[in-house]
Design a protein. Structure first.
Length: 484
């Protein structure tokens, strides 16, 4: 491919630089409110304003809801705080452990369920459409819940609930009126301690199966057959190890379009094998243990992890958060494209400090198309980090006009809308470059021709688009290709 001299002046010759990928930005959140026992963090647009808000589950603390102003600044609204279920137990909130979203009442907005471990209430709150939540009248039977999964088990288009417990897991079928009927016969009898439930279609039959993280022993795979689950643990490698699993993370790490499994492990019980595990999918939902060949030795009490292509080289890298680590409680590992990981923490993060990491979440909080990170921490304040475009060596500030690219991220086609040029009555040229400055696609657009550009041939990553009309006026935009 030829390289544009003009564009090469705008960006460096490598996507790597001395700048970290993630920069702490705690001034963007109400930090003091997070000095609770944060157990889980998720994001969703709960007030229908087009940006992602943050929801945090608190252990024996109130659950938190931070509203986004659209640019990544978050605040609490005293009128829209989560209500307290039991005001007579001497502490705010329940022992909330896990969060899930669904439109339980089918009114077009997202409702929230928090599951509790050591207090009596699981909390399902319905949304008024503007982020004001109220409890439903139905009371779930008390259980020691650590995980929750939402899926439609009986094909009535209403979301049902599975609560992962210490002991028998519970299945609740939605009666379509904000009440539920317990149908535990849909789940096999179990006495284990469930820590995580991850949904994925492992057998390619069009419904969602479950990978279950267990707190002592090995983990489970549950295959869904018409809304009833059967254990098929022969799909997992027989390591012979006792694992104390905290989270299951799914992602295609070796580029075969099949979900692989990362197991986050701890050793609070004192007899568990502490090394995190990586299991590779053979394409049919059966897994082999690639830990020894694909992961570095890693004994750090990992409570959560996520796969994220932070360097935009079209493979999934790994980020973890750890508990009781005296050195660093966050780590990153670069993927070589085949699922072999090498630690890159010092290159990826600007240093920041916490010791008790519990939850980890990624989303584009500030609407710049790049992924950001939120770390929820135990008995200390949380941390939010924004992606730094400087890490890609990119400077796109020298163009005459910045347009809007949509959709963004994109997978098949995009449109660049510019204020002054690029309309249907103007001939123009369109050029797309990758972050190395390589010209990867170009198109000459005639009068009345569509402004849409097909990008199906591009790999996942960050790209820059420039359009120039026949009068020499230029406009540019930036977009992400994501076909996953």
């Amino acid at each position: 491919m030829k390289k544009s001299i003009f564009f090469a002046l705008m960006i460096s010759c490598s996507i790597y630089s001395q700048s970290a990928y993630f920069i702490p930005a705690n001034s963007n959140i109400p930090v003091s409110a997070t000095s609770i026992n944060s157990m889980d963090v998720e994001s969703a647009d709960v007030d229908a304003d087009g940006d992602l808000d943050i929801i945090i589950a608190g252990e024996y603390s109130r659950n938190l809801l931070f509203f986004n102003d659209g640019t990544g600044f978050f605040s609490e609204d005293p009128v829209r705080l989560f209500p307290e279920k039991n005001v007579n137990d001497g502490f705010p909130g329940e022992d909330s452990e896990d969060i899930a979203f669904a439109d339980f009442d089918q009114d077009g907005d997202l409702d929230i369920i928090f599951v509790s471990e050591d207090t009596i209430y699981h909390e399902l709150l319905v949304n008024d459409g503007n982020g004001l939540f109220t409890f439903i009248g139905y009371e779930f039977p008390a259980s020691n819940g650590n995980a929750v999964a939402i899926l439609d088990l009986n094909n009535d288009d209403f979301p049902d609930i599975i609560i992962g417990n210490t002991g028998q897991n519970d299945v609740y079928i939605n009666n379509q009126d904000l009440t539920f009927i317990q149908e535990n016969n849909r789940w096999p009898a179990n006495t284990e301690g469930t820590q995580d439930l991850k949904l994925v279609d492992l057998d390619h039959d069009g419904d969602l199966d479950i990978v279950e993280g267990i707190d002592q022993g090995s983990n489970n795979i549950l295959i869904n057959n018409a809304g009833f689950f059967t254990e098929e643990n022969n799909r997992l490698p027989n390591t012979g190890l006792t694992l104390e699993t905290r989270k299951i993370t799914l992602g295609d790490v070796n580029g075969d379009d099949e979900p692989d499994i990362f197991v986050s492990t701890v050793n609070f019980i004192g007899t568990a094998h502490l090394q995190n595990r990586l299991y590779l999918n053979d394409g049919n939902g059966f897994f082999s243990d690639a830990t020894d060949t694909h992961l570095p030795v890693y004994f750090r009490f990992t409570l959560d992890a996520l796969f994220l292509d932070y360097d935009f080289d079209d493979d999934l890298d790994l980020i973890t958060t750890d508990f009781q680590n005296p050195v660093l409680s966050y780590h990153s590992f670069a993927n070589d494209g085949s699922g072999i990981f090498t630690e890159t923490t010092s290159d990826v993060f600007d240093p920041f400090t916490f010791t008790n990491g519990v939850g980890l979440h990624t989303a584009d909080f500030n609407n710049d198309t790049y992924p950001d990170l939120y770390f929820s921490n135990f008995q200390e304040t949380d941390d939010i980090l924004f992606f730094s475009e400087d890490a890609l060596g990119v400077n796109d500030t020298n163009y005459e006009d910045r347009g809007m690219v949509y959709p963004n991220p994109a997978s098949s086609s995009i449109t660049l809308m510019c204020k002054d040029i690029g309309n249907e009555q103007t001939e123009s040229s369109i050029s797309i470059y990758d972050v190395l400055g390589n010209l990867v696609l170009e198109k000459n657009r005639t009068v009345d021709e569509s402004q849409s550009v097909e990008i199906g041939s591009l790999s996942n990553g960050v790209y820059f688009i420039i359009t120039k009309n026949n009068e020499g006026m230029k406009c540019h935009g930036k977009f992400i290709v994501d076909k996953r």
